[in-house]
Design a protein around this ligand. Structure first.
Ligand SMILES: Cc1cc2nc3c(=O)[nH]c(=O)nc-3n(C[C@H](O)[C@H](O)[C@H](O)COP(=O)(O)OP(=O)(O)OC[C@H]3O[C@@H](n4cnc5c(N)ncnc54)[C@H](O)[C@@H]3O)c2cc1C
Length: 381
């Protein structure tokens, strides 16, 4: 069997497995998690036993050993049902776990990846700070060398799994402000003295995905916790984000697919003026636009995944996929609410949640504006 056939077979198997899992384990509870902002840790343990917490991790470190094509299927299929769970699975896999996988040493991979890939541990990744989001290179959290240790002070905000994360990969300043080689990544385990989580955000959408502050108060971390080389943390982050943006594209894609499927079903069921609303061209043209945008987003996302699987440069393509899939996710879910009319504006139907969740895709892992900067830099170079 050739590689393409194996990928297709894996994708079909993963799609069916996740559809079944999501219907049983996610759909019945997602509204409750959304309302109470509960981050359902036991669900992540279950997903670990299915290999969904180490999708890209090689089998020797306890992962599934899949490529980005399969990963796109995993994230989009989960997001088709619940974007918040999709976001958390994406952050765990591509950010925290992905950073350790790409840049960790053998000791770190054996100590951390096995637990992350099995779902025994949940991972967090901290780049953003209260005063430095898009402009992350100007971060203010500092690590000062003290013998074999570094003393970290400062804070990170908007960190997915900042409270429940068993390990956080954090990027902090070890050199001069503005020096892109003046930042270093550390793996810091939960319970390390001086390291705690702060306020949990009360969010518009993605409410079952936990988002909190990380606080560092004279937190002493051994030099063995440095991931890769001192000073390379920010450069590493950009590479991690190249892959991470494919997962946010998949997230937007999945949310849009879920919104379209719900809209098609509703358009057949809902009757006005003596006929199903699907029969009105005003509605069917909306559905045609939604379906076309989804196809285009999937092509861009699959293209980026293909390049990544073939170890090709992917910075421009992952930014394009992330930018487009995120924006159409918002457009598609907005139209879905319109198709549902007043019922779309209530919590009795799923589309208001797609609408709220989709917006995060245009913000997390680099806003739409930042993606356009990345793309334009690349085409103007
Ligand atoms: C739910 C959620 C989960 C997240 N999870 C994580 C996580 O796990 N780890 C992590 O490190 N971060 C995480 N983030 C943070 C996220 O990556 C940042 O919010 C994002 O990068 C934007 O930063 P900011 O919010 O500070 O916005 P700002 O950078 O302040 O941007 C504000 C506005 O200005 C625009 N802007 C900024 N600079 C430019 C420019 N040069 N040109 C044009 N427009 C510009 C932006 O596009 C935006 O519209 C998360 C955020 C959310 C909401």
């Amino acid at each position: 069997m050739n590689k393409e056939a194996i990928v297709n077979e894996n994708n079909a198997m993963i799609r069916d497995m996740i559809r079944d899992f999501a219907e049983r384990e996610i759909r019945p509870f997602m509204r409750m998690w959304d309302e109470t902002q509960e981050f359902p840790v036991p669900l992540f343990r279950k997903m670990g036993s299915l290999g969904l917490m180490g999708v890209l991790v090689p089998q020797e470190y306890g992962g599934s050993g899949f490529g980005y094509q399969e990963y796109v299927t995993v994230i989009s299929e989960i997001a088709r049902v619940d974007g918040a769970i999709g976001l958390s699975v994406a952050a765990h896999n591509s950010l925290c776990t992905g950073h350790i996988l790409q840049f960790g040493n053998e000791v770190q991979k054996k100590a951390w990846l096995l637990k992350l890939a099995s779902g025994e541990w949940i991972g967090a990744w901290g780049l953003t700070e209260p005063n430095t989001g898009s402009d992350a290179a100007r971060m203010q959290t500092v690590a000062v060398k003290d013998g074999d240790y570094y003393v970290i002070n400062g804070s990170k905000n908007f960190i997915t799994h900042g409270k429940s994360g068993d390990i956080s990969v954090v990027i902090v300043r070890t050199g001069k402000t503005g020096d892109t080689r003046g930042m270093t990544a550390f793996g810091i385990e939960k319970g390390t003295p001086g390291f705690s989580s702060g306020r949990k955000e009360d969010k518009l959408g993605m409410r079952a995905s936990e988002t909190t502050e990380l606080i560092f108060e004279d937190c002493r971390v051994h030099k063995d916790n440095i991931i890769g080389v001192e000073g390379e943390g920010f450069i590493q982050s950009l590479k991690v984000l190249d892959g991470g943006r494919i997962s946010i594209a998949a997230l937007g894609l999945g949310i849009a697919k879920g919104a379209l499927e719900a809209s098609i079903e509703y358009a057949h069921q809902r009757h006005q003026f003596g006929q199903a609303i699907a029969g009105f061209q005003g509605i069917s043209f909306k559905l045609a636009d939604m379906a076309t945008k989804i196809e285009a987003a999937e092509l861009l996302t699959r293209r980026a995944a293909e390049l990544k699987d073939n170890y090709q440069p992917v910075t421009k393509e992952s930014a394009m996929a992330k930018y487009y899939a995120s924006e159409i996710s918002v457009e598609v879910s907005t139209e879905a609410v319109q198709i549902f009319g007043g019922y779309g504006y209530t919590k009795d139907y799923p589309v208001e949640k797609y609408y709220r969740d989709s917006k995060l895709c245009t913000i997390g892992e680099g806003t739409t504006e930042i993606q356009k900067i990345v793309i334009s830099r690349s085409i103007l170079a």
